[in-house]
Design a protein around this ligand. Structure first.
Ligand SMILES: NC(=O)c1ccc[n+]([C@@H]2O[C@H](COP(=O)([O-])OP(=O)(O)OC[C@H]3O[C@@H](n4cnc5c(N)ncnc54)[C@H](O)[C@@H]3O)[C@@H](O)[C@H]2O)c1
Length: 251
């Protein structure tokens, strides 16, 4: 039995927000199934080792979340090795910047495949497990970009809006089985992906000026709110979308 008796699957856990979420859950007593693509194996192992150093049981699972076969195999392996999965954080995501007029079809497809379809596939594979145990916590990482968005991110914004719509309906379907489903919308967070918005000091300054907390977010800022949605403290909270953005005023 773990400290809190719960096991969480985190996708895209090798770096950035996913890594911070994994370590935040480990600190709170979750054992972990940590996913990323095979190309990130080394970084994923580093995250896993940090969580193990906190005393947790951790499995590393390489899979592309946009591939149904790989996702099914990942969930089967997680259940086989850890016994079950109580909570999932659908964090894996990509951003490929382009304006709408010049956006290659491949950008649209890959961004929708990872961000929107990946979330759907992971949830679909886990629902039989969660329903059988009458318990589940689903936390999907959307984005403030899914509510407002910025130029050159229309396809990203569409994928993140899809995650929010998906989660609201999912919550209604799974509630009777003791499963909650919620979204987190991070604001501007300093990660490899976040740097797309932040490399230009003027852009960075503009975002900071729009933020009540007057700073750019750290990946660790996202971990606490995610842990809340993964815990029993949020047992009667479902279908919700929570901004974790330091109070960005978007209009
Ligand atoms: N950084 C920000 O400012 C910000 C803001 C809002 C939302 N988000 C969202 O937060 C999540 C994490 O973003 P981040 O900033 O840490 O980005 P990141 O690029 O640093 O990390 C994303 C992780 O997802 C993994 N990944 C990508 N494609 C995958 C796939 N097909 N299967 C499995 N794993 C895959 C990557 O290898 C990487 O480890 C994403 O969903 C992103 O859209 C980020």
């Amino acid at each position: 039995m773990t400290a809190n008796g719960k096991i969480a699957l985190v996708t895209g856990a090798s770096r950035g927000i996913g890594r911070a979420i994994a370590l935040g859950l480990a600190q709170r007593g979750f054992d972990l199934a940590l996913n990323d693509i095979a190309a990130q194996a080394e970084a994923l192992k580093a995250t896993a080792d940090e969580a193990r150093a906190l005393g947790r049981r951790v499995e590393e699972l390489h899979a592309d979340v946009s591939d149904k076969g790989q996702v099914q195999a990942m969930v089967e392996t997680a259940v086989e090795r850890l016994g079950t999965v109580h909570a999932v954080v659908n964090n894996a995501g990509i951003l490929r910047a382009s304006d709408v007029e010049h956006c290659p079809e491949d950008y649209w497809d890959s961004v929708m495949d990872v961000n929107a379809k990946g979330t759907f596939l992971v949830v679909q594979a886990l629902l039989p497990v969660m329903k059988a145990q009458g318990y589940g916590r689903i936390c999907n990482i959307s984005s403030i970009g899914g509510k407002h968005g910025a130029p050159e991110q229309a396809h990203y914004s569409a994928s993140k809006a899809a995650v929010m719509g998906f989660t609201r309906v999912l919550a209604q379907e799974v509630g009777p089985f003791g499963i909650t489903a919620n979204c987190i919308c991070p604001g501007i967070i300093l990660t490899d992906m976040g740097r797309v918005n932040l490399d230009d000091p003027d852009v960075r300054g503009a975002w900071q000026a729009k933020t009540a907390m007057a700073r750019i977010g750290d990946p660790g800022d996202v971990a606490g709110p995610v842990a809340f949605f993964c815990s029993d403290d949020s047992a009667f909270v479902t279908g919700q979308t929570l901004n974790v953005d330091g109070g960005i005023v978007l209009s």
